[in-house]
Design a protein around this ligand. Structure first.
Ligand SMILES: [Zn+2]
Ligand SMILES: [Zn+2]
Length: 268
């Protein structure tokens, strides 16, 4: 365990508050509990008035020890101000749920940040993953940017059969279906690509970093068309690598989704 990691299951003078969940203990700094969420503040303050007690118990059937431990690891900084654990593909669903259950804005932001930096073409992230993340982003109230980015990932893979899980959100499977169709009819393309790239901005879609030498073609097959390695879409203002120029445009997709939802809601 390196010095950036903290074992919150071990007591420590800097973390005097003990949280009991399912007969196990997690030790945190009470300051953390004060400002992290109105729900937790109400919950803890009753027990912690003037520091009379140093142990509180969470008894809820829908919360596990692992849930609370992961949440603490993601949102409690270490003494160096580092967060010991990032949101990842394994804990995203549980953390998004907790951010809603406990009303923790910082956790919600961490989940949204994870999606914003997720490579949309990563083969380790399956269509099932993307579908369940998208459903979660609706169910747990993540922001619109997050929903559009996940939809972008699904549409960019041109899926033919839509995961049944999307039926949990009214109109979502219809939106995915219509978006894929529009994408295949070239209605959601990036528009008017320019060379006005900002340095050090990775590709929006695959998150590939720009090479140190700008404008050098990374994908040989596209270099002959005169398109440099990284371009900027005039419509969505995203930086995109040559390999991803044919993927869906965020802004086009967003506009499409707004129009679709308006007509879907009036027709249903
Ligand atoms: Zn675009
Ligand atoms: Zn790319």
């Amino acid at each position: 365990m390196n010095n950036l990691q903290v074992d919150f299951t071990k007591p420590d003078p800097s973390r005097p508050l003990e949280i009991r969940v399912c007969n196990r203990s997690i030790f945190v700094d009470p300051e953390w509990a004060q400002d992290v969420s109105p729900f937790l503040t109400n919950f803890f303050v009753r027990e912690l008035v003037a520091g009379k007690r140093h142990c509180v118990e969470i008894q809820r059937d829908d919360i596990t020890f692992q849930d609370i431990l992961t949440m603490v690891e993601v949102i409690c900084p270490t003494e160096l101000g580092m967060f010991p654990k990032p949101v990842d593909s394994y804990n995203f669903l549980s953390l998004a749920k907790l951010s809603k259950q406990f009303i923790v804005p910082r956790l919600k932001s961490a989940c949204e940040l994870y999606i914003s930096r997720m490579p949309l073409d990563d083969p380790k992230i399956t269509i099932d993953d993307l579908s369940s993340y998208l459903v979660a982003s609706y169910k747990y109230g993540l922001n619109r940017m997050t929903k559009i980015r996940l939809l972008e990932g699904i549409v960019g893979r041109e899926i033919k059969c839509i995961d049944a899980i999307t039926l949990q959100v009214k109109g979502l499977s219809e939106l995915i279906h219509a978006s894929v169709k529009a994408y295949q009819q070239n209605e959601l393309n990036h528009f008017d690509l320019t060379n006005e790239i900002r340095l050090r901005v990775p590709c929006r879609t695959c998150r590939m970093e720009q090479p140190n030498v700008p404008l050098q073609a990374v994908k040989g097959e596209l270099s002959t068309t005169g398109i440099p390695a990284f371009v900027v879409c005039s419509k969505c203002k995203s930086t995109i690598c040559c390999a991803c120029v044919l993927k869906p445009c965020k802004k086009s997709l967003d506009e499409f989704a707004i129009k679709f939802c308006e007509s879907f809601n009036t027709s249903s």
